[in-house]
Design a protein around this ligand. Structure first.
Ligand SMILES: Cc1cc2nc3c(=O)[nH]c(=O)nc-3n(C[C@H](O)[C@H](O)[C@H](O)COP(=O)(O)OP(=O)(O)OC[C@H]3O[C@@H](n4cnc5c(N)ncnc54)[C@H](O)[C@@H]3O)c2cc1C
Length: 414
């Protein structure tokens, strides 16, 4: 198979880049190793800046019709006090809220609309295995598919295959570990009418529990000290259920819904960044270039922003079949600063706030800065801007070229 751009990985980064390039008249093959997007919880925050991108694609109205939750205010509950920490109602973006939508619905939506461009080819069940090189330049890759080995030749290969990227490993690109003293245990508990209405983080007695309102259930994340999961399992399920009940008493009656350790998924938190995001013929974006801490739930947003920046810089050179290593360096130069700033903030919060809470056992005193947030709610606009819009938000500058999108009834699975 021959294409102008082969993207390994149909997560937020790969899918958005494939969409934008196909819309700009570039032939794109996106390979996804799974058969569908319906997998374990992988994060479902869609930020105002991502919603701006969807608006720029002309799809916001349709997107907002999909089932989702909107949060204008995120709060932290410290001991008995509820403190508003991020107020999205004034962010400089079209949608003044944080949206929660299962990632599979988001990816299905992007795939459905990207497929309407003739140059977009999404291959599910296709796992990138090896890169092919000619004279030191990456010229394509090989992938496992149910019908045998596929060989794709491409002017550019993009590694959007997540934080354990096969492609970046094959290219010999090295990630620098920035350290993460925490892991997260994800699980679901049903939601009842008398529960609090909003998503929030609860900090009490040396525990941090995040609860995301998914209408019929809570998607919960218990933050633990890195590597502590084995010890937690050894102490048994009953002790784990008690820990949930003590941290969030309103969930006590439902903690028994955790029937086995199968219901608890460990997210090993990693924060890292490639020194160099590219080599001749290959570019890494999204988690493949920089794994993010879950703090602020910004991983999806950064992946989307990388994709928009990459499309803005690369669509024309790809269309003209003249993409160079310098163009790829341009993508890194554009995205390194926002990535560095966000990761630095995450590492500081991990070290100075989260680790300290997890090391304590009694109720913590509300930190001074949080008291300021309580006293002056207007301060909540600052974190909302940093999380919801971020540093250097990207806007679509790629042209819409070639044939108009195919019309008619379509579904991803057809
Ligand atoms: C449990 C969990 C909770 C999270 N919570 C949040 C949150 O609330 N908010 C947030 O913003 N971020 C969250 N994140 C992080 C977020 O999911 C990632 O930062 C974001 O998805 C990165 O997008 P990506 O496209 O770069 O990579 P990914 O989303 O990892 O996508 C990579 C894709 O490549 C595919 N793939 C992998 N290897 C290959 C291969 N060899 N060939 C073909 N395909 C391949 C994978 O199947 C996957 O579909 C969470 C992550 C996890 C694991």
């Amino acid at each position: 198979m021959r294409t102008q751009c082969c993207i390994a990985g149909a997560g937020p980064a790969g899918m958005m880049l494939g969409f934008l390039l196909a819309r700009a008249g570039v032939d794109v093959v996106v390979l996804e190793k799974h058969a569908d997007f319906f997998r374990d919880f992988r994060g479902d925050t869609i930020h105002p800046s991502t919603l701006d991108v969807i608006w720029e694609l002309g799809l916001l109205e349709q997107f907002l019709k999909l089932p989702h939750n909107q949060e204008r205010l995120l709060s932290a509950v410290i001991g008995d006090e509820t403190i508003p920490i991020a107020d999205f109602s004034h962010v400089r973006a079209r949608c003044k809220f944080l949206m929660f939508m299962p990632q599979w619905d988001f990816l299905d939506f992007l795939a459905l609309h990207a497929r309407s461009y003739p140059g977009f080819h999404l291959m599910m069940n296709a796992e990138a295995q090896h890169l092919t090189f000619e004279g030191g330049r990456v010229t394509g890759l090989t992938a496992w598919t149910p019908t045998g080995m596929l060989h794709v030749q491409a002017d550019l290969v993009v590694a959007a295959d997540g934080r354990t990227s096969t492609c970046r490993r094959r290219a010999g690109l090295q990630a620098k570990d920035l350290g993460a003293p925490i892991d997260v245990l994800w699980f679901r508990l049903s939601r009842v009418e008398s529960d609090p209405p909003q998503s929030f983080g609860r900090i009490t007695g040396g525990q941090i529990l995040v609860s995301i309102n998914r209408k019929t259930y809570w998607q919960c994340g218990l933050v633990i000290v890195k590597g502590a999961f084995d010890g937690i399992r050894a102490r048994g399920l009953e002790a784990f259920r008690n820990r949930i009940a003590t941290t969030a008493p309103y969930l006590a009656d439902r903690s028994r819904e955790i029937a086995s350790w199968e219901d608890v998924k460990l997210l090993t938190v990693t924060v890292n960044r490639l020194e160099q995001w590219y080599c001749d013929g290959l570019l890494c974006i999204g988690d493949a270039a920089h794994a993010m801490s879950p703090i602020g739930g910004v991983g999806i947003n950064l992946a989307i922003q990388d994709a928009v920046a990459a499309a803005n810089i690369l669509a024309d050179p790809l269309y003209d079949k003249k993409v160079t290593a310098q163009d790829l360096a341009g993508v890194q130069a554009r995205r390194l600063f926002p990535t560095r700033v966000t990761q630095t903030a995450q590492v500081q919060i991990q070290k100075r706030v989260i680790s300290r809470v997890l090391q304590g056992s009694g109720n913590i005193k509300t930190p001074f800065i949080m008291k300021l947030f309580q006293r002056f709610p207007v301060l909540g606009r600052v974190p909302a801007h940093l999380v919801g819009v971020g540093v250097r938000p990207e806007h679509i500058k790629t042209p819409r070229r070639g044939p108009q999108p195919l019309r008619g009834t379509m579904s991803l699975r057809s």
